[in-house]
Design a protein around this ligand. Structure first.
Ligand SMILES: [Zn+2]
Length: 317
């Protein structure tokens, strides 16, 4: 769908349904949502730090019936979708069971703060970490995990609006879920759909990601709010699917030639269909995922190692 404005802030997309957009949609510029009806409210995701989440909640307060917030849904574990939870600690916080477990295993705000502090000693890795994350404030954040978790599907009512929570992980992370409002034909897809540059998945597997996108394509959706990037419709999911199919085809070719993942990513970024700098960055993450997928490697992705390869590419000598 065209004509949606991609400007920072709260945008009404249907009666009582709002998207909170944060351009340009790169690292940490994540979108959120607000659903309000009959004096009840639900927020989809929080932001990377308390300041940014506070700013978002302030804009939501202008919507009658939005506060106090009754429910917060976390679509997945990444910090740019959960680190502001503490400001909604009085709400019922809901996530998939898998995502809830990851609150104990994934990097904490303190983890980011420590790396940032040590970053000047970490070469290009450190420089890129500073460049990417020093704009956020990770000190003083309490990890605030979900108070309720679900598997597969969960139904909820906000006033008269029926809300479906749909678990689709593993896709972008292990425990992704989406928030669907069938009556309004609105889908908050979390990072299963990213509409700026390329989509990204550390974990895979690819099959499961494609299954999630196919599910979106089967739903009745007029407005799709991606985890990052401008508002769209189902064509955003189709575009992500096209990317995955194309990139997976290239990855198999290079894997069979014995080419290391990082070189394959460089090759695809230089000559392939998806060529912006952001895509080159995400291609490195995605090719590692696809290689692990092809080889049947079950070990978790080496996130610091992969981030280091991105830093090598981005930071000049
Ligand atoms: Zn994200």
């Amino acid at each position: 769908m065209t004509g949606w404005e991609y400007a920072k802030g709260l945008h009404p997309v249907k009666e009582g349904v709002y998207a909170y957009l944060v351009p340009p949609g790169l690292w940490g510029n994540s979108n959120c949502g607000l659903i309000v009806d009959g004096g009840e409210s639900l927020v989809v995701d929080t932001r990377y730090d308390l300041e940014l989440t506070g700013e978002m909640l302030k804009s939501m307060e202008t919507v009658p019936g939005a506060v106090p917030v009754n429910y917060l849904v976390n679509t997945h574990i990444d910090g740019d979708h959960i680190f502001g939870n503490q400001l909604l600690k009085d709400a019922e916080i809901i996530a998939s069971k898998t995502c809830t477990k990851e609150f104990k295993t994934e990097i904490t705000p303190q983890g980011y703060a420590e790396i940032l502090e040590n970053a000047p000693n970490l070469g290009k890795f450190g420089q890129y970490f500073i460049q990417t994350f020093s704009q956020f404030h990770f000190e003083g954040i309490d990890m605030t995990p979900p108070t309720r978790s679900f598997e597969n599907r969960m139904e909820l009512k906000i006033g008269n609006k029926e809300i479906n929570l749909i678990e689709v992980g593993p896709a972008h992370t292990k425990g992704d879920s989406m928030v669907y409002i069938p009556g309004d034909k609105v889908l908050f897809a979390g990072d299963v759909v990213i509409s700026t540059g390329a989509p990204v998945s550390w974990e895979g597997p690819l099959d499961s990601m494609i299954k999630a996108l196919d599910l979106i394509l089967s739903l009745d959706v007029e407005v799709l709010v991606p985890g990052h990037g401008p508002l769209g419709d189902k064509s955003a999911a189709q575009k992500n699917k096209d990317y995955w199919e194309y990139t997976a085809g290239e990855a198999i070719k290079f894997y069979d030639q014995g080419m290391p993942a990082v070189e394959a990513a460089e090759r695809i970024s230089a000559t392939g269909r998806y060529r912006s700098e952001q895509q080159a960055i995400l291609n490195i993450i995605n090719i590692h995922m696809l290689y692990r997928d092809i080889s049947g490697d079950q070990t978790p992705p080496d996130k610091p190692g992969i981030f280091g390869q991105i830093a090598e590419m981005v930071i000049p000598d």
